[in-house]
Design a protein around this ligand. Structure first.
Ligand code: LLP
Length: 423
């Protein structure tokens, strides 16, 4: 891993368009994505046989369409994510499957849709095999395995080990094979997603676990998936992943298995954050600058209804100011908060809700503040808390900004609500 990041605290433009113009054209808060960067990211992973985008990171159908055109396939975790994939032109019954459903349960809606559309299933619980087999005997599945250990950027994102709910416990793989057999279902692949964030020593043990599990499955195996979890730097001091080394470790596992089974094994990777995080910005307007004792606050019009990562995980996002006049600004320590009626609505906080200050340029009301690296798990984890609308989403491609989701209206927010005829 190498460390070579340098986040600036001043940002005038995004992909060639001034922040002020974006704010003017689309209003604030707004999500802005850079198409070219997403394409670059997919290209960087082209040594893998399949780059399967984990759309939970950012599921706008325009993003899915872009991923599809760039040669990526897609992962889904719910009935509506399957519908999004279909709406973006991914084909259901295809080889390799363009759409995979990866989850730890089927709700009735997902089970029905998976059957109707012949969606490939990556099961995360043994019960799913019986539920699928009762409806669609004879299909084939992949199994997501929990190898007994995990790794993640916070306790809430650690996806392996005994206290994780994800995947099939490695010692139950045999049981899964028996269940699959009973329904005439073939287990054609294994999948291990062991947390968001990774290091190579840890990865080597994941590859080792994959090899042991593959031996249990045997010759029906044709695919292995490395899952997601490729990290991106959020701070200057964060390392940048060495993709060559990452691929080399997985490729060695793939080769061993191909030799063992005497047929090719396809190697998939399932990134969400890696494709989207650094391509997305949440732009906001500073609406108040106020002192609270020793603390100085910038209050902006975006809140945790737009970006929940800081309040949920104490996640750090680079922040920049877009000065409207001159660019020589002194810096000072600032706490950045949003408009919500809740004290936790702070973008500069650490895990546990500890409010922190950030060294940022002096700015005034009416100037724009950009929260960076916000493309993954940003918009999609938004909410209507305080009846705030979902922000618009905009993608810049070839110097042109396209609105790909309009700001939600009040009518859309209350759609489906009704007042009963009171007694
Ligand atoms: N595949 C599976 C089965 C997953 O569960 C996930 C993420 C991914 C792929 C993509 O992981 P990525 O490459 O994006 O790290 N909301 C949290 C992250 C939750 C990740 C859940 N699963 C955050 O904002 O950091």
């Amino acid at each position: 891993m190498t460390t070579s990041n340098s986040f600036s605290t001043i940002r005038h433009e995004i992909a060639g368009i001034p922040v002020a113009q974006l704010a003017n054209d689309f209003g604030t808060p707004a999500y802005i994505y850079e198409a070219a960067l997403i394409r670059d990211r997919i290209r960087e992973l082209n040594e893998f046989d399949v780059v399967r985008y984990a759309q939970k990171a950012c599921s706008n159908i325009a993003i899915l369409d872009l991923v599809r055109r760039a040669g990526g396939l897609v992962d889904t975790v719910s009935a509506n994510e399957i519908r999004r994939a279909l709406a973006a032109g991914f084909r259901p019954a295809s080889d390799p499957p363009e759409i995979v459903y990866t989850a730890d349960i089927f709700d009735e809606e997902a089970l029905q849709l998976v059957n109707e559309q012949s969606i490939h299933v990556n099961v995360g619980s043994p019960d799913m095999i019986d539920q699928l087999g009762e409806r669609a005997p004879g299909s084939h599945i992949t199994v997501r395995v929990n190898p007994g250990f995990g790794h993640g950027h916070s306790r809430k994102t650690n996806t392996g080990g005994e206290s994780s709910k994800h995947g099939v416990w490695h010692e139950q793989l045999d049981d899964c094979l028996r269940r699959a057999d009973r329904h005439g279902i073939a287990v054609s692949g294994l999948h291990m997603h062991i947390g968001s964030g990774t290091d190579f020593e840890h990865l080597a043990s994941v590859c080792g676990a994959m090899e042991r599990c593959a031996m249990i499955v045997g010759r029906s195996l044709t695919t292995i998936s490395a899952g997601g979890g490729l990290p991106v730097p959020y701070r200057d001091s964060d390392p940048t992943i060495d993709l060559g080394e990452y691929f080399r470790l997985w490729d060695a596992t793939r080769s061993k298995l191909a030799e063992e089974f005497g047929h090719p094994i396809s190697l998939e990777i399932e990134p969400g954050r890696y494709l989207l995080a650094e391509c997305g910005y949440l732009i906001s307007e500073i609406r108040a600058v106020k002192e609270m004792g020793d603390n100085l606050f910038y209050l902006v019009d975006a809140g945790f209804n737009n970006l929940a990562r800081p309040i949920m995980y104490g996640a750090y996002h680079p922040i920049s100011i877009s000065p409207q006049h001159g660019s020589e600004r002194k810096e000072h320590d600032v706490v950045v908060g949003g408009p919500l009626c809740e004290s936790g609505d702070i973008f500069t906080q650490e895990e546990g809700g500890v409010v922190c200050a950030r060294r940022l340029p002096k700015a005034t009301v009416g100037e724009y503040l950009v929260i960076e690296n916000a493309g993954a798990y940003g918009y999609v984890m938004g909410s209507n808390y305080n009846s705030k609308p979902f922000a618009p989403e905009v993608i810049i491609d070839g110097g042109k900004a396209h609105l790909i989701r309009a700001r939600q209206s009040f009518e859309e927010i209350i759609r489906g609500e009704s007042i009963p005829d009171w007694e």
